[in-house]
Design a protein around this ligand. Structure first.
Ligand SMILES: Cc1cc2nc3c(=O)[nH]c(=O)nc-3n(C[C@H](O)[C@H](O)[C@H](O)COP(=O)(O)O)c2cc1C
Ligand code: SF4
Length: 486
């Protein structure tokens, strides 16, 4: 993963924990309305893929156990990992693109309901993504993938056959190749081919505005059928909908270029989902305050988009940051680029090795700007903040200062899924505090079962402990129970 060159090291700073009386008065543990439902507290576990679904996108016992463990911490809300809206092979990514996925998802809903004693509201993040290929070996790229064009013919000033051109290209060094190939071809050679929303020459990309509203709305209907309290439309990071919102969206068919064009499809998807699930079902979205790319999407853009979403009836806005393909690290031959490996990836999940700003709360100023603008426009849409929150005082300050309405914590909750509950019960001293090492994220990058280095070796050889595929790590955090039930 990319890290800031300053390499300043940070220790976690959870600050003082409240006693039970202070926690009882805290805004963090007070209810908040989200659309037609109420969260019992303003604590939120955002979407995180733990890589436990089957290779064909189905629920597993390990996945149920993962969410069961998190639900025992009784957060106000939990969002189930990014779940694919299409019925296509997507590796071990959870899917909701067909009715056959409903029974497994229903089990998940029941599991969370039981484990949280009905206290946690459950949403599911629904995602679409475009094709990305592994970086090819150069010989294969020139032999099989590259389409020979007049530009290549012109480069060699010669009437060569396509085969000869392929052979000649494969003999060029990288500098010459950068000249002989278009930027896109060169990128496909050196990073792997990746579809973009601006590829209007491809019929299935051109037709995304016709296909995506239906795919998202059918997925939302299935989520409602499975018993989820709502859906979170994934409009963030490196995926299709975020690419529509992106400043790099050069579509000239009314769905790109300026802000109104870029936000058009995300609004049309919302409208179609709303039509399908009705007014009393929660529809929110996750999107970016900034994409953290050069000349990319700015906070002014996201303020505008947030106001449009609020006006169009989005029930919550969950804000993330960065996480794009455009600045991802070059993959090795045979591997695919991963969106959390560049500078924008760092901004999404900042690590303890950081710069003068540090890894905590980097997304808060721009999140607060969005909330302020939405309120100024007369909308009460709740705003969910995330990024390095790992202590009660900071969470409470964010709420008291009106920077957000709900506090999401991803890695702190992996480190200790009971941490909200411990803080609420005045037992904050027992919290296992995240050190922001990004060990979990490194596992995620390699699509390996996600665990935390603070607990995955603890008592792992005791009977009945589920272990990772390599047998080296326990899959779930150790049990914890509040004093009265000990
Ligand atoms: C293992 C892992 C998986 C993640 N998967 C998702 C995901 O599926 N969807 C999403 O919107 N964000 C995902 N994220 C990002 C988190 O939701 C969160 O925005 C980010 O980690 C910053 O919050 P934190 O500082 O509290 O960890 C993931 C993060 C981690 C560590
Ligand atoms: S591995 Fe554990 S300590 Fe490290 S960032 Fe992830 S949750 Fe935090």
């Amino acid at each position: 993963m990319w890290r800031p060159p300053e390499r300043v090291k940070y220790e976690p700073r959870p600050g003082p924990w409240p006693d039970r009386a202070r926690a009882a008065k805290a805004k963090l543990f007070s209810p908040v309305d989200i659309g037609s439902i109420t969260l019992l507290q303003r604590t939120w576990v955002p979407a995180m893929v733990p890589w436990r679904a089957t290779d064909d996108g189905h629920m597993t016992e390990d996945l149920l156990a993962w969410y069961e463990r998190f639900a025992r911490g009784k957060p106000g809300a939990m969002v189930v990992e990014a779940t694919g809206v299409r019925d296509i092979p997507s590796g071990p990514l959870l899917r909701i693109g067909h009715d056959r996925f409903i029974p497994g998802l229903k089990k998940l809903v029941e599991t969370v309901e039981d484990a949280s004693d009905g206290e946690t509201r459950l949403f599911i993040q629904i995602i679409d993504f475009l094709r990305i290929n592994r970086r090819p070996p150069a010989e294969k790229f020139f032999e099989r993938f590259l389409e020979i064009t007049d530009a290549h013919r012109k480069y060699f000033y010669d009437e060569l056959s396509d085969d000869k051109i392929r052979a000649k290209l494969s003999g060029l060094n990288d500098e010459a190749l950068a000249e002989a190939l278009t930027e896109r071809e060169h990128h496909s050679l050196t990073y792997g081919y990746r579809e973009r929303v601006s590829d209007l020459h491809l019929p299935h990309i051109r037709e995304l505005p016709e296909t995506l509203p239906g795919l998202f709305s059918s997925a939302a209907v299935r989520a409602r059928e499975a018993g989820f309290d709502g859906v979170e439309l994934h409009y963030a990071h490196a995926y299709t909908m975020a690419s529509f919102l992106s400043a790099y969206n050069t579509r000239d068919d009314g769905y790109g270029l300026d802000r109104d064009g870029r936000v058009r499809l995300p609004l049309e998807v919302l409208a179609e989902v709303r039509k399908a699930v009705g007014d009393d079902y929660v529809i929110g979205c996750r999107y970016l305050t900034e994409d953290c790319l050069d000349s990319g999407m700015t906070n002014e853009d996201s303020v505008y988009f947030g106001t449009r979403f609020a006006e169009a009836g989005m029930d919550f806005l969950s804000l993330s940051r960065g996480g794009k393909f455009e600045d991802a690290k070059q993959p090795k031959v045979g591997a695919a680029a991963y969106p959390y490996t560049g500078r924008s990836g760092y901004e999404c999940m900042p690590q303890y090795i950081s710069d003068e700003k540090g890894p905590f709360g980097r997304n808060l100023p721009s999140t607060a700007n969005i909330r302020r603008a939405i309120r100024a426009a007369g909308h009460q849409t709740p705003v969910v903040a995330a990024g390095g929150v790992h202590g009660f005082e900071e969470a409470e300050r964010i709420l008291q200062d009106g920077e957000a309405d709900v506090i999401a914590a991803a890695r702190q909750t992996i480190a200790d899924p009971d941490w909200f509950l411990k803080a609420k019960l005045g037992l904050g001293g027992e919290v296992r505090v995240c050190i922001y090492s990004n060990y979990c994220e490194a596992l995620d990058t390699r699509h390996k079962q996600v665990t935390c280095e603070l607990w995955d070796r603890e008592n792992k050889d005791e009977p009945g402990i589920a272990l990772s595929d390599d047998g080296r790590r326990r899959l779930l955090p150790p049990d914890w129970s509040p004093p009265q039930s000990r």
